[in-house]
Design a protein around this ligand. Structure first.
Ligand code: ME8
Length: 517
């Protein structure tokens, strides 16, 4: 049976419109899903929305809308974002879905009860609505939550508590052994240090009289499940856990990779495995932790007015340029920065003048010198034009591509080194540019048409080969690049004829446009 691959984004809070951070998770998950699907694995890619809790209730009140209308409208924007990004998610879960999500949440809760891990106690503490979590004095600066610039609320109430402390050692050993990996290593270290300090039991419910927008605790409707207990369950409820049709759960759980931002690491690396261990379920195999993207060097905030709207950017530059920027220019696992200037420069440099220009130059020369069609040269003549810029001396482009690009690319993808993988491809496109410069087909044609044909064949066939790998990152671009040379993703690798199908510029220069205005 084929291997399976299950990848998730976090489920997004619907209190505000989708922003760059959400788009980032979508793009990473889609890239991984496309790659694994492409290599024949049974792939399931999940995204969704987190719709319960005080934060959402307040946002709906502020918008003056009934809560169910409010969440529905917002949910739709997150779905639209996936479409705008070209993301092919297999499902979309939302926590207010009483048919598909609630049975799983209730079933997991009951497992925790059966394990003796839920008990009632009075809780007194400070609750930060921004985090939807209790905070302590040490999380505060001047009495306010540093992340949300908001004073926490004092709460004293009777809640259900989850015996998380019981699982600390087991979670620690799962992280150390790699049963549940955490990448990058700095995040793994951070969470191990956190576990070292000790873990307390956590409040797992709120009184329904205060918070009714949520899932009621099974058999005790005076209590509503804590939003994170509810939300984390999405990863299994969607697969049918707790319902009769749980075939997907059997096939896809445990998740191969949860994509999460560093601000929600503790929930995923401590609470979630605690819940799963209590229920006797396997742990996710990997937590892939992204950094935060700032905008112009600052945290994105409505007050500063620097929130990047992904839809605007996609409308102006296209989804693939946006995907490229996020995947290539924000080093995976690290914090990054987004500015329109930098985005524009990357677009012009790497895409319009880089990849786009390579395709148009190569296809234009095949049209001009060979009436738009070339056939595969003989092996001897291919060997006669080695790559000069591979750093490998006189190796053929085929050899270089197989050994230095394709193999490395697969390795990087299987190790979740996404930025490395796309960087490999863009460096290969630059190498092809250099190859053209080295052989100067525009001069060579005057003296040696046969060799010119071989040079152009080599470039074109390697644009096709590289495009096949590029598909996971930039699906439309890859398709267009193949199409220019008469190829498509389904075609076998051994192509004998290249026939140009002229198309407009793949990445029209925005600078030229503004000059023309
Ligand atoms: O945390 N750069 O939802 P959310 C990069 N509902 N990533 C960012 C970012 C930024 N500037 N801002 C936010 C939640 N993110 C919960 C998740 S999962 C069971 C529940 C990331 O909408 C953030 O790190 O606030 C998180 O991974 C994701 O966006 C969703 O954030």
């Amino acid at each position: 049976m084929n291997k399976k691959f299950y990848v998730t984004t976090p489920i997004f809070y619907v209190n505000a419109a989708p922003h760059l951070g959400h788009a980032y998770a979508d793009v990473i998950a889609d890239t991984l899903a496309r790659w694994h699907r492409g290599i024949g694995e049974r792939t399931f890619f999940l995204s969704g929305t987190d719709e319960h809790g005080a934060k959402i209730v307040r946002a709906a009140q502020k918008a003056g809308m009934p809560i169910s209308d409010f969440v529905e409208e917002r949910r739709d924007e997150f779905k639209q974002l996936l479409i705008a990004l070209g993301a092919l998610n297999d499902d979309f879960i939302y926590t207010s879905d009483s048919e598909r999500h609630w049975p799983g949440a209730a079933a997991l809760w009951k497992k925790l009860v059966d394990a003796g891990d839920l008990y009632k106690a009075t809780y007194k503490g400070l609750y930060c609505v921004g985090h939807e979590a209790f905070v302590t004095e040490k999380d505060l600066a001047d009495g306010k939550c540093a992340d949300h610039n908001q004073a926490p609320e004092e709460i004293a109430e009777e809640n259900y508590f989850f015996r998380l402390s019981k699982y600390r050692d087991r979670i620690k050993s799962a992280i150390i052994s790699g049963e549940m990996s955490i990448q990058p290593a700095s995040r793994k270290k951070e969470i191990l240090a956190f576990l070292e300090e000790g873990v307390e039991d956590i409040s797992f419910s709120r009184p329904s009289k205060d918070i009714s927008w949520g899932i009621q605790v099974p058999d005790d409707h005076e209590h509503t499940m804590y939003v994170w207990a509810d939300a984390l369950t999405n990863y299994i409820s969607v697969l049918g856990y707790g319902r009769s049709d749980d075939a997907n759960f059997k096939t896809f759980w445990p998740a191969d990779a949860h994509i999460i931002g560093k601000d929600i690491l503790r929930f995923h690396a401590v609470i979630w495995p605690g819940m799963l261990l209590s229920a006797g379920l396997p742990l996710p195999k990997m937590l892939l932790v992204t950094g935060m993207i700032r905008s112009g060097g600052q945290k994105m905030s409505k007050t500063i007015g620097n929130v990047v709207d992904p839809f605007e950017c996609i409308n102006e530059y296209g989804k693939d340029a946006f995907r490229y920027f996020l995947l290539r220019e924000i080093p995976f696992g690290e914090d990054g920065d987004f500015t329109s200037e930098r985005f524009h420069d990357v677009y012009e440099g790497n895409l319009a003048h880089g990849m786009g220009n390579l395709v148009s130059r190569t296809s234009a020369m095949i049209i001009k010198y060979f009436d738009g069609q070339i056939t595969k040269p003989k092996v001897e003549s291919l060997a006669g034009v080695p790559t000069r810029r591979g750093g490998d001396g006189e190796v053929s482009l085929d050899h270089y591509f197989d050994n230095n690009i394709a193999k490395e690319f697969s390795r990087a993808m299987s190790e979740y080194r996404i930025t490395d993988a796309i960087t490999l491809l863009s460096s290969f496109f630059s190498l092809l540019d250099g190859y053209i410069q080295d052989y100067e087909p525009y001069r060579l044609i005057k003296t040696d048409p046969d060799k010119t044909k071989t040079v152009l064949w080599n470039v074109a066939i390697h644009i096709i080969r590289a495009s096949r790998l590029l598909e996971s990152f930039m699906p439309d671009t890859a398709t267009k690049m193949m199409r220019v040379f008469g190829a498509n993703i389904k075609m076998a690798e051994n192509i004998d004829v290249i026939k140009i199908e002229p198309c407009g510029s793949i990445f029209p220069s925005k600078s030229d446009e503004s000059k023309a205005d």
